[in-house]
Design a protein around this ligand. Structure first.
Ligand code: 3HC
Ligand code: NAI
Length: 710
């Protein structure tokens, strides 16, 4: 028997165990191994029924995603799962699929080829392929509607969210939930059905016509997909494939699915989403920090500042079950901060996301106060006060006095130097940046900023803590704005220049929204508060290089008290429902600024808006890479996908540049340099080097990885 799949006999039950750690992906050899084991069981006269089970932590997490690149590059012809699954389904002895952990994608497709399915109570099943820009590619769109009905199949295939064992039972995807040992329960179930070959899934057609009408189901799903998966092709493709199941026989339906699967697999969207999948896992690997680096236990946390960020950060700790003290400077600010936390939780309860009980438990973990009492027991203290170096240093001096020696001292600063902040303490090795993104209880990104003296243990603990807080931790070096904000500064600058040069604010925002970002740069400024940048610009005014163009409109708007949504007006004016509309006062400010600084106004295309803003990100990203502020190009992409609403299906700014072609990106940047000057647009040397060699940022990451491994 193959090493990947094992066959043993437990009395009259043949047990097929898949052993392809860590997640039993269907790598080459696994489907073949399952088929061979089923054949062995069929040939064994003692065996009356067969159980297929996953070894280790899970059933099967799906096809091996690493294989997809080999197919698109021509190294492998195609996935050949269809025949294997039909083979399992044709077994003359009943096959019981025993699911624990996850049966995702190809895993659920394998499970559906069995005659019966049993599951552990904690098991999850799903067809998450759309999250990789593809659709189920081994008859998932054909078998699932036969088991679960059209509506459920459309929901699972088009939106990709997994369902738990209980819901799978209710949907008809599993036949029984097994409490206790899964193999024992599955074997008992198998003995009960021995000699009773259930109808093959592919022959069960009774659920293919939904009582409420398939047409309505597909129309609604398409509408939802266009709205909630804006710009993505795979969700609509998955709906087409499920629809094929209702119109064609099984075999033709599978052919249709295979055609659609292939188109999706070869799409740039799929490559981008797969890049994001592996990127999210790659960022946790830090070359100079070994896996066995000591990690501090974080059992108690404390936060200074209960403003926009402090409150959200406190919620993250409470959500992870870690008790957290929140200290404020004044009672009214503390009350305000706690009221917002409570309101956020109440909204979740109202929306049915969790129970009142859970909310009460989480609120009970948050201790609001005005003193440092209890800080001496904290394993981590996070500072989230106003952005200003003097204040941060004062606070870190106070933290240093009160914290225990092995307490991590973290700052949520978005721009300031971690080293300078650390210099206010006697233990710079314990100081690190924990840069959360607003709203901190929602956004998944945590930029972890390494100071010159931050210890490896503190970095390793921060990376592990990010996971515990349900965040994606990305390590950044210490510079102004770190990875994300240093780049966004260039993007925001160009957005403002475009406005000064003649594009209406709504035209700039619309172009970026159409490109796929969650919102345009000017609307984002209004949401975050224009005064935040205004304050930062004042702090860094002394660093501005004389003679280099800077944008003026946002500062002028702030002078007029237009701070954004919080004052009801910024780049736009807002009605009582926060609906924005263009404001002639803003147009007047823009025209005044253009006149004052001699900026020629002209008509600007959407294409130029995208190139100026996105290539500004790319060029600064390339510098960040070269300086080692980001470890890999994919780290930058993960920052943008999780912190800035960059569309996942474009893979992040660096991957997007790869897909455009670095030579083309460079040519445009050189054109901008001629027009707008080298101070703003000199191409990053790394970009020039890669473009000249016909390489990509992705290939640069790979070269670096293999050099490190060599
Ligand atoms: N193929 C290849 N590698 C995979 C994989 C897969 N399907 N699923 C996970 N891995 C790898 C990860 O890259 C990671 O590798 P690393 O340790 O080298 O970084 C390792 O397995 C462990 O994965 P996680 O860190 O994600 O482990 P978790 O326990 O946090 O999560 C999981 C487990 C929920 C299964 C999660 O890995 C996951 O969601 N995997 C992807 C599932 C999926 O998308 N399946 C569909 C694949 S496409 C398909 O099946 C097409 C079919 O229709 C033909
Ligand atoms: P905020 O103004 O909403 O909150 C700051 C809070 O700190 C105020 O409630 C203030 O009363 C309190 N405070 C000031 N001095 C204090 C002291 N000595 N002790 C206790 N509390 C004190 O500011 P916000 O937006 O929460 O920003 C906090 C930090 O987070 C800043 O460094 C900012 O740059 C950073 N940040 C902000 C983001 C945002 O979008 N707002 C995003 C990421 C980081």
């Amino acid at each position: 028997m193959s090493e990947l799949v094992d066959f043993t006999r437990h009395g009259e039950i043949g047990v097929v165990t898949i052993n392809n750690p860590p997640v039993n992906a269907l790598s080459p050899g696994v489907p073949e191994g399952i088929v061979a084991a089923i054949e062995a069981a069929e040939a064994d006269p003692e065996v009356r029924a067969i159980v297929v089970i996953g070894g280790g932590r899970t059933f099967i997490a799906g096809a091996d995603i690493k294989e997809f690149g080999k197919i698109t590059s021509g190294e492998r012809p195609r996935l050949s799962l269809y025949a294997a699954l039909n083979h399992i389904e044709d077994s003359k002895k009943p096959v019981v699929m025993a699911i624990h952990g996850t049966a995702f994608g190809g895993g659920l497709e394998v499970a559906m080829s069995g005659h019966y399915r049993v599951a552990a109570p904690t098991a999850q099943v799903g067809q998450p392929e759309v999250k990789l820009g593809i659709i189920p590619g081994a008859a998932g769109t054909q078998r699932l509607p036969r088991l679960a009905g059209v509506a459920k199949a459309v929901e699972m295939c088009a939106f990709g969210e997994p369902i738990d064992a209980k819901s799978a039972l209710a949907a008809g995807i599993v036949d029984k939930i097994i409490e206790g040992d899964l193999l024992t329960g599955a074997a008992e179930f198998a003995r009960g059905v021995a000699g009773n070959l259930a109808l093959k899934t592919r022959e069960r057609n009774e659920k293919l016509q939904d009582a409420s009408g398939n047409t309505a189901i597909f129309a609604l799903a398409r509408e939802q997909a266009r709205k909630t998966r804006r710009g993505q092709k795979a969700p609509l493709a998955a709906i087409d494939a499920v629809e094929a199941a209702t119109r064609l026989n099984f075999s033709d339906g599978c052919d249709r699915e295979a055609e659609i699967f292939r188109v999706c697999l070869f799409s740039t969207q799929s490559k981008a989403l797969i890049h994001g999948f592996f990127g999210e896992r790659a960022v946790s690997k830090i070359p100079d920090i070994p896996k066995d680096t000591k990690i501090y236990d974080i059992r108690r946390a404390a936060i200074i500042g209960a403003g926009t960020m402090g409150g959200g950060i406190a919620m993250n700790y409470a959500n992870a079950g870690i008790p957290v003290i929140v200290k404020e400077a004044a009672q009214d600010a503390l009350d305000r901060g706690l009221a917002i936390i409570r309101k956020n939780y109440e909204n979740s309860v109202k929306k049915g996301r969790f129970s009142q009980d859970l909310m009460d438990q989480r609120m009970a973990l948050i201790t609001p106060q005005l003193t440092y009492s209890g800080f001496e027991q904290a394993d981590i203290i996070v500072e989230a006060v106003f952005e200003g170096m003097a204040l941060k240093k004062q606070i870190f001096g106070e933290m240093d006095k009160i914290a225990k020696p092995d307490c991590i001292l973290a700052s949520n600063t978005s721009t300031l130097s971690i080293d300078e902040i650390a210099s206010a303490t006697s233990r710079p090795q314990m100081v690190i940046g924990h840069h959360f993104f607003s709203p901190a209880n929602v956004m998944r990104l945590l930029e972890i900023v390494r100071g010159a003296q931050t210890s490896k243990e503190v970095i390793a603990t921060s990376m592990a803590l990010a996971k515990k807080l349900n965040k994606v931790g990305v390590l950044a070096g210490n510079c102004r704005g770190f990875i994300g904000n240093r780049m966004i500064h260039c993007y925001g600058r160009e957005a403002q220049f475009l406005v000064e040069e003649g594009a209406a604010p709504e035209a700039v925002d619309h172009a970026i929204y159409e490109f796929g970002l969650a919102m345009g740069p000017l609307a984002m400024g209004d949401l975050a508060g224009l005064d935040v940048g205004w304050r930062i610009r004042k702090e860094f005014k002394h660093l501005e290089k004389p003679g280099v163009r800077v944008p003026h409109v946002a500062d002028e708007l702030c002078e007029l008290g237009r701070y954004g949504q919080k004052t009801g007006k910024g780049w736009y004016k807002y009605d009582e429902n926060r609906k924005p509309s263009p404001d002639p006062e803003v147009t007047a400010v823009i025209e005044k600024v253009a006149k004052q600084y001699g900026i020629e106004r002209r008509s600007i295309s959407n294409e130029e808006i995208i190139e100026r803003t996105i290539y500004a990100l790319v060029n600064e990203g390339a510098r960040i890479l070269e300086e080692g502020i980001a470890l890999r190009a994919v780290d930058i992409d993960i920052v943008y996908l999780n912190g800035y609403g960059f569309p996942a299906w474009r893979g992040g700014p660096m991957f997007y540049a790869d897909t455009v072609g670095l030579d083309k990106v460079l040519a445009k940047i050189e054109e901008f340099e001629k027009r707008h000057g080298s101070d703003l647009w000199a191409p990053a040397p790394l970009l020039k080097k890669l473009a000249a060699a016909g390489k990509t940022f992705e290939s640069w990451d790979k070269e670096k990885e293999s050099a490190a491994g060599a």
